[in-house]
Design a protein around this ligand. Structure first.
Ligand code: ADP
Ligand code: MG
Length: 252
């Protein structure tokens, strides 16, 4: 049975998608069967694998709103053990369309239950908001990974996120856990990065992953080539650190 992990932070640009794509690809390269679920209307995880959105037949929107079986929405990637349920801009309507539906917070959970037995890990790339798509993700998940960018105001907005996690734990998913906190885009040349690490470790203690993701230009280039870092540039620092992270995730 898959462990379902939501990668979430309502701040944009903190490394959610980069982590979904590259943690997913690294887990797959270590022999784990992985499903990536793109639930951000921007569909950056989808394009990160070179999937042309115009060719997508069924996306996560159809799974959530039109009761399409997740098997029908799943597409293969160039990596053997990795499949993805893509997102297209159609998903932007879902926030509103889900509001009047019955058990709207449970839609993703119910769908993923149908395919949970097929995978070791299901990673959900969340949108930059705490709306109904994120609540669906937290309700479906066993745990959350919170990426935090090593920069000023890193902790800003986190109390809101943790409050949402607590509300979901109370009302929708009592067993939801924090899988880990991931420091991203670390720049060793600045003192600020070190200060943020200290601060985040003080706050989250042993929940913080040992692996810290540095700023690495290859990581930011890979999506425009439609590839995860391990195939785009397997020798880069970015490839190395996401592989380390995958090993940490497996060891937990
Ligand atoms: P989010 O999904 O949280 O909005 P992204 O993963 O899309 O964040 O990252 C935001 C931007 O920063 C993207 O352009 C991405 O390529 C870049 N980026 C993410 N992580 C790194 C990194 N470790 N080094 C360099 N660029 C990064
Ligand atoms: Mg994103």
């Amino acid at each position: 049975m898959a462990k379902i992990i939501a990668i979430t932070n309502q701040k944009g640009g903190v490394g959610k998608t980069t982590t979904s794509v590259n943690l997913g690809a690294s887990l797959a390269s270590l022999g784990k069967k992985v499903l990536l679920v793109d639930i951000d209307p921007q569909g950056n995880t989808t394009s990160g694998f070179g999937i042309n959105k115009a060719d997508v037949v069924h996306c996560i929107y159809d799974v959530l709103i039109n009761d399409v079986h997740p098997n029908e929405a799943m597409v293969d990637t160039a990596l053997e053990n990795l499949k993805i349920i893509p997102a297209t801009i159609q998903l932007a309507g879902a926030e509103i369309e889900l509001v009047p539906t019955i058990s709207r917070e449970l839609r993703l959970k119910k769908s993923l239950q149908l395919v949970k037995h097929m995978f070791d890990y299901i990673l959900i790339d969340c949108p930059p908001s705490l709306g109904i798509l994120t609540v669906n993700s937290l309700t479906a998940a066993d745990s959350v990974i919170i990426p935090i960018q090593c920069e000023y105001y890193a902790l800003e907005g986190l109390s809101q996120l943790l409050n949402t996690v607590r509300l979901v734990q109370k009302h929708l998913n009592t067993t939801l856990q924090i899988e880990g906190v991931l420091l991203t885009m670390f720049d060793a040349r600045t003192n600020l990065g070190m200060q943020v690490i200290e601060e985040v470790k003080k706050y989250f203690q042993q929940k913080v992953y040992q692996t810290i993701i540095p700023r690495n230009v290859r990581l930011s280039e890979a999506p425009s080539h439609g590839q995860p870092i391990i195939t785009y540039d397997p020798r880069s620092k970015g490839a190395e650190v996401y592989l380390e992270l995958a090993k940490e995730v497996i060891a937990l």
